[in-house]
Design a protein around this ligand. Structure first.
Ligand code: G4P
Length: 286
C-alpha cells in the first residue's frame, strides 16, 4: 500500500533527490523508468531526462492491464521514435517482467562483453528504478526481485541508504534515492494524476474532477459509458451529464434532485477500479 497521498513536494526535497540521482547515475548502467500506461506523460518526472543524460533508458508502461491496449501500442511506437525502448508491464500479475529482463540485458549486451574482455566476467548490470509515487515502483521491485535485498556493502559513489536488490546473477536493481515529483505545476497533469488516484482528490472538487473525466470519456470512450451506465444521449453541459449519471444510478437527494456528489465519487471510483473497461487518458501526438 502506498502512502504517496501524504507526500509533500517542496524545493529542498526536490533539489536533494535531484542531487542524489545525479550522483547515482554515475555508477549505474541503465535507468528503468516506471510510468502509468494510462497517463504516460503526466506520470513522468519532468526533469528526469536532463538528470540521466545519455544513460541507457527503458520505459516500463506499467498498469497496462488497465490501459487501452491500442493506445499502449501507440505509446511504444512513440517512445521508439524518440529512441527509447518502452515495454508494457503489469506489476500486479508480473506480466512483462521477464520481457523487461531480456530487453535490458540485450540493450546492455555490449557492456557484458566489455566486462568479459576486462576480466570482470560475472559483474552484474546495475539498473536504477525510478518513478513518481503510485506508478507501481514498489510492486515492480517486489515482482522482479522478490524483495531480495542485496547485502549492504560499501560501493564508491553510492549514497548510504540506497537500496539494492538482486534480480539474478546478471542483474541488480537500485531503488530510486529520494522521491520523484510529477510536473505538478501543470493543471492537466494534476487532473490526470487525480483521475488515476495518484494524488489525493480530497483537496480537489470531486464534482469538477468527475465532470472533467466525463468530458474526456465522452470524447474518447463514449461506448464504455453507454455500456456501463446505459446513457446513449449525452448532453452538451458536463454538469447535465453528471445529473444523468446520478439518475441512471438512482442517486437522488430529497426533493428528487440528482445527487451529483455521490455520482461524481462513484464515477471516479469505478474509473480507478477499471470497472468501465481499459482506458488510456493520454495519446501521443501524431
Ligand atoms: P509506488 O511504489 O510507485 O508508490 O506504487 P505501488 O507499488 O505501491 O503501487 C501503487 C498501487 O498500484 C497499488 O495499489 C498497486 O497494487 C497498484 N499497481 C501497481 N502495479 C500495478 C499494475 O501493473 N496493475 C494494476 N492493476 N495495479 C498495479 P493499492 O491499491 O495502492 O494497494 P494494494 O491494493 O495493492 O494493496
Amino acid at each position: 500500500m502506498s502512502n504517496s497521498q501524504n507526500i509533500q513536494w517542496f524545493p529542498g526535497h526536490m533539489a536533494k533527490t535531484k542531487r542524489q540521482i545525479s550522483e547515482t547515475v554515475k555508477i549505474i548502467d541503465a535507468v528503468a523508468e516506471i510510468v502509468d500506461a494510462r497517463i504516460p506523460i503526466s506520470s513522468r518526472n519532468p526533469d528526469l531526462m536532463g538528470i540521466i543524460g545519455d544513460k541507457p533508458h527503458i520505459i516500463l508502461l506499467n498498469k497496462c492491464d488497465m490501459a487501452d491496449a491500442k493506445a499502449t501500442e501507440k505509446w511504444i511506437e512513440y517512445f521508439k521514435n524518440n529512441n527509447i525502448i518502452a515495454i508494457p508491464v503489469d506489476c500486479k500479475s508480473g506480466k512483462g517482467i521477464n520481457a523487461f529482463k531480456d530487453t535490458i540485458k540485450s540493450a546492455l549486451s555490449k557492456k557484458l562483453i566489455q566486462y568479459k574482455e576486462k576480466g570482470m566476467e560475472g559483474k552484474p548490470l546495475r539498473v536504477m528504478a525510478v518513478g513518481i509515487p503510485n506508478v507501481g515502483k514498489s510492486s515492480f521491485i517486489n515482482k522482479i526481485a522478490k524483495n531480495n535485498r542485496a547485502k549492504v556493502e560499501n560501493r564508491p559513489g553510492v549514497t548510504r541508504g540506497n537500496q539494492w536488490f538482486t534480480v539474478d546473477k546478471e542483474l541488480e536493481l537500485l531503488d530510486t534515492p529520494g522521491v520523484l515529483w510529477p510536473k505538478f505545476e501543470d493543471n492537466t497533469v494534476g487532473e490526470h494524476l487525480a483521475f488515476t488516484g495518484a494524488v489525493a482528490d480530497r483537496i480537489l472538487d470531486t464534482e469538477l474532477l468527475a465532470m472533467r473525466l466525463l468530458e474526456i470519456l465522452i470524447e474518447h470512450y463514449p461506448q464504455l459509458l453507454t455500456e456501463r451506465y446505459k446513457i446513449d444521449d449525452f448532453c452538451e453541459e458536463s454538469y447535465d451529464n453528471l445529473c444523468l449519471l446520478a439518475k441512471k444510478r438512482g442517486m437522488m437527494i430529497r426533493g428528487g434532485e440528482p445527487d451529483t456528489e455521490r455520482a461524481a465519487a462513484m464515477l471516479l471510483e469505478e474509473f480507478r477500479n477499471c470497472k468501465l473497461g481499459r482506458i488510456t487518458l493520454e495519446v501521443p501526438n501524431a
